[in-house]
Write a protein that binds this ligand. Sequence first.
Ligand SMILES: *Cc1c(COP(=O)(O)O)cnc(C)c1O
Length: 416
Amino acid sequence: MELIPFKEKVWLSSPTMHGDELRYVTEAYETNWMSTVGANINEIEEAISKKIGVEGAVALSAGTSALHLAMKLAGVKPGDEVLCSDMTFSATVNPVVYEGGVPVFVDSEYDSWNMDPVALERAFELHPGAKVVVLAHLYGTPAKIDEIRAICDAHGAYLVEDAAESLGATFKGQETGSFGNVGVISFNGNKIITGSSGGMLLTHSEADANRVRKWSTQSRENAPWYQHEELGYNYRMSNVIAGVIRGQLPYLDEHIAQKKAIYERYQEGLKGSPVSMNPIPQDSEPNYWLSCMIIDPDAMAPHVRGEQEPLYRTELGKSSPTEILEAIAAINAEGRPIWKPMHLQPIFRMNPFVTREGDGRCLTNAYIAGGSVGADGKPMDVGADIFQRGLCLPSDNKMTPSQQDKIIEVIEGCFA
Ligand SMILES: *Cc1c(COP(=O)(O)O)cnc(C)c1O
């Protein structure tokens, strides 16, 4: 196979501007609304609350700041156990710790790669004091949110829905971000639409929206001087950033369609290889933010990861995520390992971790579901297994079909 690297790098997921962004930024500039107040902020709050179907949307500096204020709305206090998605980006769970809470990680399921409702039910049994759940929709694919919502309701728990990666994805026709007591979206540079940075908190309560707006602007009371009754934060979005997002919003559906076409091209192209794409559960319509794949257990070549670097061997007819990522990188395209589960992160090594059976970190059900065995010969939990066998593929909406075909060819070549 001839391997001429792409002249321009094919990214995992990069920003795509359309022109209107500059118009709204210029408008902010020319009217001197270079502030955390202005028409762009008002417009995008209105547009997003309408699109997602919530009472209030509050524009903030980042998805992470939105998650932090969500923890405050949820009433997380020092020492409180909070049940969290395990296979996610660390920003989902760090805000729990900002408020002194203790993340309890809940294993993933093979159906959606998201929080396993069975493991969540078990987590409530093992941690009956938990009153808050933080759920992420990984890679833009909705979790089994109706089951998870019902379990939360049965236990009187508050649900924080991290839809940072899933803007525009729906479950049974309802937008992600609208199922939780509070929802969060992100406009970070790698997300499906972007402001270069930025985020939003979504709520069904106008009163909560106003509390969050107040907290995010230093908790100023209604007085002629700076008067404070509560702790404040500088978390409000800039009107300049909001201008970029205002220009991007009309292109959300177009970006989703492009990402969906990329997912389907991989699915078709990789049919002959011993891999599957990240699953799409029934009733879900993802936004296809990232296309991912997972290698069949019996097509896995030896592959281990230390704390800093991987080690693998090549074998006839077999491959590993590291071998494939290196092969993709060699043609100037960017893939990435699956987000390393939180229970495997050194910073969270002492936190509880709940699987659907067993005592965590060593799960018999991974065998039943066709999962694989870790370097120590023990069956792995679902999150560790997906991390071991899976990877994120180049998913940039500016990637051409012929570039994608070449990437597919390189992946096939790894199993030769
Ligand atoms: C990006 C991301 C966040 C954080 O959003 P920022 O806007 O970057 O702060 C939170 N959770 C998940 C799952 C994300 O992917």
